[in-house]
Design a protein around this ligand. Structure first.
Ligand code: SAM
Ligand code: FES
Length: 350
């Protein structure tokens, strides 16, 4: 199996059958070999730098009803909130002081935030912090909405495709949502000029190796600038409450593969990874990740943005998370940098 890793390292691509073989025959020894290669590639492109993103979870209202998600519309136990523009700017102010130069505005698909309101928020952040990047993660919108946000100053957009297998997509989402539209959104975002992130949950209900192979082939086709992957973790008040979660081991293996497929990709070690293992994020960095996204949301709302059970960092202040993250990264010989942390192909903007 090492020969497949060697070829992925050299050519950044494998066939569907080879990806399947690699995933199905993985062993701890093979994983260690993969991570060494993945570290080699990330160090070549980004050294030991780890980029920080300040995550601002500005609304947990959502019109969608994804079966896996704790803030889905039908979860009437969720206590809903929205942050005002002033509250969002306050998060940015705290974050800027702490060395964040990217703010990620994430939320459910919430019609309250019209395009006009979003444009106003984006412009206000950019006016105050012209040296910072804005990443949006607010779901599926029209081409024109994406264009309006981009023209207002948004730089990047995260929209996980969730699964690239049509049947699997149908098992994770109600009928009004389609993989076709999700993919079209990603292509639109790319065309407009965003740094684009897709991604998926590892170990989501009904996921098979074939689904993962479809995910890898889609990533190979889209060539995103960022890939967000993390384990699926069940939430008690969703239809998937009774399913088991994704594993650390498979998530790390896939992080390593993705680093070799897209050598310059911005790859976060996610909060979900830190939730299923106390050193999940550090292990993610050691498997090839180069981004971490500490929480900048006001402490009062953090427990309400509960996508899955036992989410970490819901009781901490932003400064505590920032310090904790720095210690964690330094403990494995990497360093947190104060920078926008653009994808290599966009770094002229720095
Ligand atoms: N509404 C936006 C969207 O659809 O892209 C952004 C918010 S959504 C909650 C962000 C991501 O959380 C999703 O793309 C999904 O992969 C992840 N997520 C939701 N529920 C999860 C769960 N139970 N376990 C792990 N990740 C989950
Ligand atoms: Fe939040 Fe460690 S990153 S407590």
């Amino acid at each position: 199996m090492k020969h497949l890793i060697d070829r992925l390292y050299e050519t950044s691509t494998l066939t569907a059958a080879e990806y399947r073989e690699l995933i199905d025959n993985r062993t701890p020894e093979l994983a260690e070999y993969l991570f060494e290669k993945a570290r080699d590639v990330r160090i070549r492109h980004y050294g030991h730098d780890v980029y920080l993103r300040g995550l601002i979870e500005f609304t947990n209202h959502c019109k969608n009803d994804c079966y896996y998600c704790g803030i889905r519309r039908s979860n009437c136990q969720a206590e809903r909130y929205r942050l005002t523009k002033e509250q969002i700017l306050e998060c940015c102010a705290v974050g800027y002081e702490l060395g964040f130069r990217t703010f990620v505005l994430q939320g459910g698909e919430d019609g309250y935030y019209t395009d006009e309101k979003m444009v106003d928020i984006i412009r206000a952040i950019k006016a105050k912090y012209p040296d910072c990047a804005i990443t949006l993660s607010i779901g599926e919108k029209s081409y024109d909405s994406y264009k309006a946000f981009f023209d207002a100053g948004a730089d990047r957009y995260l929209l996980r495709h969730e699964t690239a297998n049509v049947e699997h997509y149908g098992k994770l989402h109600p009928k009004n949502l389609s993989l076709e539209n999700r993919k079209q959104c990603l292509y639109n975002l790319k065309e407009i000029g965003y740094q684009v992130g897709c991604g998926f949950m590892v170990g989501s209900p009904y996921q098979t190796t074939d689904c993962l192979v479809d995910d890898l082939l889609f990533i190979q086709e889209l060539k995103p600038h960022m890939v967000g992957i993390g384990p699926f973790i069940p939430h008690h008040a969703t239809p998937f409450a009774g399913f088991s979660g994704g594993t650390l081991e498979l998530t790390l293996f896939l992080l390593g593969i993705i680093r070799l497929m897209l050598p310059t990709v911005l790859l976060p070690a996610t909060t979900a990874l830190g939730t299923i293992h106390p050193r999940g994020r550090e292990l993610g960095i050691l498997a090839g990740a180069n981004v971490v996204m500490p929480n900048l949301s006001p402490r009062s709302v953090r427990p309400k943005y509960m996508l899955y059970d036992n989410k970490i960092c819901t009781g901490d202040e932003a400064a505590e998370c920032r310090q904790c993250m720095q210690r964690r990264i330094e403990s494995i010989g990497y360093r947190v940098v104060v920078s926008r942390g653009d994808h290599k192909s966009f770094q002229k903007k720095d």
